[in-house]
Design a protein around this ligand. Structure first.
Ligand SMILES: [Mn+2]
Length: 356
């Protein structure tokens, strides 16, 4: 197994890639949408009523040249770019919403996969979700009062028009105070139908490009969120995704944190069952206390899950891909995000040495 670090759009810098290297990581996952960095504070809870902020469809990083330069920047520090994480909502909102621009947007996503293939970026992580990661709160939930995020069964408001994936894609349409309509409701049949169509078109392109698609489970794992049904929120749901298309390019962005949040989930059984399939793209290695709809994110050694046991199961089943910490609580110092990540990476590095 290999150690990686996920970097958000605002912190995709040579300096942070070097930081990852200093922590012992060999791989980078570039999380391109989202504006999660605000000064030194980087945390993935909602910002007022605008979710994770505005999704900029014109960001030049998505062009062939932009991705080429990103890969060059990572390689220049001696690391590999393992994956891109998440399409920009601005690029595929009508794929998720079954809207009029779906065809055009699907072609654009295919172009991104082909560019990744030409550049040798192996994995495209994504989450096929309409409500996205909505409703998180932040507070001193982790050990010693370390600031972290959680989900505390909030009252669910409809998704305002102009928003999808918990980001704003249309500034003219979006109005947080006086929504110009709402997205949804979306039934389970509708969301699975849209997903099946998406996979059916994208997987052959991914195969041809030599790229894997890796699906993240729905976080929080609830049957529906803000009126929109979810895909992967129960232990068996990933199996349905794998069975929909048996291609080795149809893989999982295996988020141990989200899977452990699922009510009735035995995380060790799930890790065992799904790592046996050989279809884990890469792993989000994160610990949590509680289950949906009430849980909090913890430091890697301090949640409900024995992460060493998880790693041992992955090793026993031959997983040899990349693990990243996903997110971590912020540690009290001048560089809270970096300290949290360094802590998680140090734990993971030692754990890998113990089991391999
Ligand atoms: Mn995750």
């Amino acid at each position: 197994m290999k150690l990686g670090l996920g970097l958000y759009r605002d912190i995709l810098t040579s300096e942070n890639v070097r930081f990852a290297k200093q922590c012992g990581a060999t791989h980078i996952v570039a999380h391109i949408p989202g504006e999660f960095a605000k000064g030194k504070k980087i945390i993935t809870s909602d910002r007022a009523k605008a979710g994770f902020g505005y999704s900029d469809g014109d960001d030049p990083i998505w062009s062939y040249e932009g991705l080429r330069d990103l890969k060059r920047m990572v390689n220049a520090e001696g690391l590999e770019l393992e994956a891109l994480e998440n399409f920009a909502p601005a690029h595929w909102y009508d794929v998720l919403l079954d809207g009029p621009k779906k065809r055009q947007q699907m072609e654009h996503l295919k172009r991104i996969l082909r560019d990744m293939g030409r550049l040798g970026i192996p994995i495209m992580g994504y989450c096929f979700t309409i409500a996205g990661v909505w409703g998180r709160v932040e507070g001193p939930y982790a050990r010693g009062g370390a600031k972290s995020v959680g989900f505390e069964n909030p009252e669910q408001t409809p998704i305002p028009a102009g928003m999808v994936w918990n980001m704003v894609y249309d500034l003219d349409l979006f109005d947080a105070e006086n929504p110009k309509g709402a997205v949804g409701p979306v039934s389970p049949e509708e969301i699975w139908g849209r997903f099946e169509e998406f996979l059916g078109e994208m997987i052959p392109v991914a195969e041809e490009a030599g790229v894997k698609l890796a699906l993240h489970p729905d976080d929080p794992p609830l049957p529906s969120l803000r009126g929109a049904s979810r895909l992967v929120y129960r232990p068996d749901d990933y199996q349905r995704v794998l069975d929909l298309n048996p291609s080795p390019a149809n893989t999982m962005e295996f988020c141990v944190g989200t899977l452990s949040e699922m009510p009735d989930a035995n995380i060790y059984e799930m890790v065992d069952r799904y790592s046996r399939t050989g279809r884990i793209g890469y792993v989000h290695f994160r610990n949590v206390k509680g289950k949906a709809p009430n849980y909090h994110e913890m430091l890697v050694d301090d949640g409900d899950t024995d992460m060493l046991r998880v790693l041992q199961i992955l090793a026993n089943n031959g997983f040899d891909g990349v693990l990243i910490p996903d997110h971590t609580p912020l540690l009290l110092c001048d560089a809270p995000w970096h300290a949290g990540m360094a802590y998680a990476l140090g734990f993971m590095k030692a754990a890998l040495k113990m089991i391999l």
